[in-house]
Design a protein around this ligand. Structure first.
Ligand SMILES: Cc1cc2nc3c(=O)[nH]c(=O)nc-3n(C[C@H](O)[C@H](O)[C@H](O)COP(=O)(O)OP(=O)(O)OC[C@H]3O[C@@H](n4cnc5c(N)ncnc54)[C@H](O)[C@@H]3O)c2cc1C
Length: 318
């Protein structure tokens, strides 16, 4: 028996969510008294997972799986889940993981709970707390299938070190001939992706135009943050759609979300509810975002942001 996690990578490195799944999976595997197995695709160096409690890594290295293809990845995960007696499969809440989960659930006759926010309240039957209604509410759901799948909300559990002697295995890829192959993916331009970022700096229409985005970019680069924006900003072509955050855009679950010149419309807030600390800079004290903010600065972005950058740089250099 085992607990299986799918560990995602980007540019040859494990995403932060991989270590979070390992930490979370370790805690559950200990409760169940079973092995924690991680599956990685095209990742030669899997040993870092051992620091977070993984017992065994199954590496699948195949050039045709270089880019994520839900069908092909699912075939391999299903095979491993079946041969290793997985009782629980844990995925992240990334878009790719959300493609995979239903494919796995159907093939494994498994129950699936998405957006899970903590350790199970009970293991058999599996009872988990999940967020719903764009993180405005929680529900507890019970899954009593033989095998179950958890989609863990990013940043909801955190990472905890738990060093293990890790066993690394290579598995030849199982490939379906009928499935298409993703040849190329055009990546968003930002250095840090929004979904994985610890810190996100976001700009709204209050920035007045794309020519002022150097303020957002400079603040983001000072903080090692990803850049994001409101919907109108991407609709007007000031920023790429990949940066659009909210109900109709990307969800953000960062530790720090800094919103500059964003009014805080309900559709924008829907995408950032699971971010931990929200800082708002807006010149209108009545802007709705202040009601959702942990810290707020009422002021002109064109004065406040340069000063903030200067102070942060001075602090970093001190
Ligand atoms: C079905 C539907 C789905 C939607 N989905 C999304 C979504 O996913 N994401 C999203 O973001 N929106 C979404 N919207 C749009 C949303 O309702 C708002 O219109 C939008 O979020 C407003 O964007 P904004 O805050 O950048 O602009 P505005 O509402 O124009 O706000 C600009 C803010 O900047 C402030 N400001 C102006 N000048 C300055 C200055 N110099 N310094 C500091 N602050 C300044 C203003 O006080 C104001 O609060 C959706 C709408 C609908 C109907």
């Amino acid at each position: 028996m085992s607990v299986l996690i799918y560990t995602e990578t980007e540019n040859g490195k494990f995403k932060k969510s991989a270590f979070e799944l390992a930490s979370y999976g370790r805690a559950i595997a200990d409760q169940m008294g079973v092995e924690l197995i991680a599956v990685s695709f095209n990742q030669q160096e899997s040993s870092p997972l051992g620091s977070y409690g993984v017992d065994r890594v199954i590496q699948i290295n195949d050039p045709s799986l270089e880019n994520f293809t839900a069908h092909q990845y699912a075939i391999n995960l299903i095979e491993i889940a079946q041969t290793r007696g997985a009782k629980l499969v844990i995925l992240s809440s990334s878009a790719n993981a959300k493609y995979l989960a239903p494919l796995l659930a159907v093939s494994l006759s498994a129950g699936y709970a998405s957006n899970v926010v903590g350790l199970p309240e009970s293991i058999a039957p599996l009872m988990v707390k999940r967020s719903c209604f764009t993180n405005k509410a929680f529900n507890t759901c019970t899954l009593d299938n033989e095998i179950n799948i958890i989609g863990l909300s990013n940043n909801s559990y955190g990472v905890s070190e738990n060093p293990k002697e890790i066993v690394v295995e290579e598995k030849p890829a199982s490939l379906s001939e009928t499935s298409f192959k993703v040849e190329n993916i055009e990546k968003a331009s930002g250095e840090v992706s929004i979904a994985d970022a610890d810190v996100v700096v976001s700009g709204g229409r209050g920035l007045k135009g794309p020519e002022n985005w150097h303020l957002i970019e400079e603040l983001a680069s000072t903080l090692g943050a990803a850049t994001a924006c409101s919907k109108p900003v991407s609709d007007m072509g000031w920023r790429p759609h990949s940066e659009h955050v909210g109900q109709t855009g990307k969800p953000v679950a960062s530790n720090l979300y800094i919103a500059i010149g964003v009014s805080g419309a309900i559709q924008h807030l829907a995408g950032i509810n699971s971010s931990k600390v929200k800082v708002v800079i807006n010149n209108d004290p009545e802007a709705p975002f202040f009601k959702a903010a942990d810290y707020g600065v009422v002021g002109d972005a064109f004065e406040v942001v340069p000063e903030l950058i200067e102070k942060l740089k001075a602090f970093k250099n001190s």
